[in-house]
Design a protein around this ligand. Structure first.
Ligand SMILES: Nc1nc2c(ncn2[C@@H]2O[C@H](COP(=O)(O)OP(=O)(O)OP(=O)(O)O)[C@@H](O)[C@H]2O)c(=O)[nH]1
Ligand SMILES: [Mg+2]
Length: 298
């Protein structure tokens, strides 16, 4: 199955929910009850009550409301901030437990290696020896290199070492993996703040990007997660994983709307290739039921 199909399949539940609520395609006048159904379907797809209301209220006022709703959703997801360019390019990856950070780092390492870049990964999840081993397997598959220390080592020290080695050995891309942590755990969030700070000491301007990995199936808690992580490590982009599975899809809209952060990539499976650069147009076309005019324009 192509990765785009996987995304489309993953979002099919939300799409079916929305399709059931979308009245006669391309209708230009909808009843209040029909609008209410659309708003409810958006809320059920995890868009959040406020955004669902804002989108429908705005779309309602336009001559082609359903087309306009689609357009408004695309606009919500579009943030044209380019990824910072630097050599070495230093990336910090963080998020709560089990969201797919390590897997995503494997996929990113593979992608960069395929582009002919020299990639170094820092194993700053020093909580469990198994975490380092898991990362090492991904890194090997991707054809990248790893910097690790003993279990229990200071994650900030691993991050510092990785960047120093990366500079000395002329790596193009340096990615730091971190342990999963709940955003309400002050001790662990302080530890992450230190990793971030120390990275800047190892190289002026680092990390160039900070990507927060969110599990697409998390639901509303994702909002609290992004809010807190952003405060601590100045998140520059989101990666939303597991959109091939239970993700309802609307959470991306809510996160982009609330935090004005770009979604950089989406994860749609468990293998090295299952990472897609995020494309708002394709995404909304996968999430919403097709309309005749939309089909024609493809
Ligand atoms: N279906 C699916 N599974 C994924 C995706 N990304 C990651 N996973 C799975 O999610 C689980 C957790 O992935 P990890 O990469 O270990 O997550 P992590 O964030 O590093 O976890 P911690 O380091 O323990 O916080 C694994 O079973 C992965 O295979 C995805 O895009 N789709
Ligand atoms: Mg991990």
């Amino acid at each position: 199955m192509s990765i785009f199909k996987r995304l489309s399949k993953g979002l099919s539940k939300s799409r079916d929910g929305l399709a059931a609520m979308f009245p006669g395609q391309n209708k230009d006048k909808l009843s209040d009850a029909e609008w209410q159904d659309i708003e409810d379907a958006l809320i059920m797809a995890d868009c959040g009550a406020q955004l669902a209301m804002d989108l429908t209220q705005q779309a309602k006022k336009t001559p082609q409301p359903l087309q306009s709703l689609r357009q408004l959703m695309k606009t919500t997801l579009k943030h044209d901030t380019p990824i910072q360019d630097a050599k070495p390019f230093v990336l910090l990856v963080a998020g709560v437990n089990g969201t797919g950070k390590t897997t995503t780092i494997g996929k990113l390492a593979n992608m960069y290696a395929d582009q002919g870049k020299k990639v170094l990964i820092g194993a700053a999840d020093t909580f469990r020896a198994a975490a380092v081993e898991q990362l090492a397997v991904w890194v090997e598959r991707a054809g990248a290199d790893i910097v690790k220390q003993a279990e229990g080592a200071d994650p900030a020290s691993v991050a510092f070492d990785t960047i120093s080695r990366g500079i000395a050995k002329a790596y193009d891309v340096i990615i730091i993996d971190t342990a999963g942590r709940v955003q309400t755990d002050t001790g662990l969030m302080n530890e992450l703040a230190k990793v971030y700070r120390v990275m800047g000491k190892a190289l002026d301007g680092a990390p160039h990007e900070v990507w927060h990995v969110v599990d697409g199936g998390t639901g509303q808690n994702a909002v609290a997660q992004v809010e807190k992580f952003r405060e601590i490590i100045h998140t520059t982009g989101l990666i939303v994983t597991k959109l091939d599975g239970t993700g309802k899809g609307g959470i991306l809209l809510q996160l982009c709307d609330k935090f004005k952060l770009p979604v950089r990539y989406v994860g749609v499976g468990e293998t090295l290739e299952d990472l897609m650069p995020f494309n708002p147009d394709d995404y909304i076309d996968s999430l919403l039921p097709a309309t005749p005019s939309n089909e024609e324009s493809k």
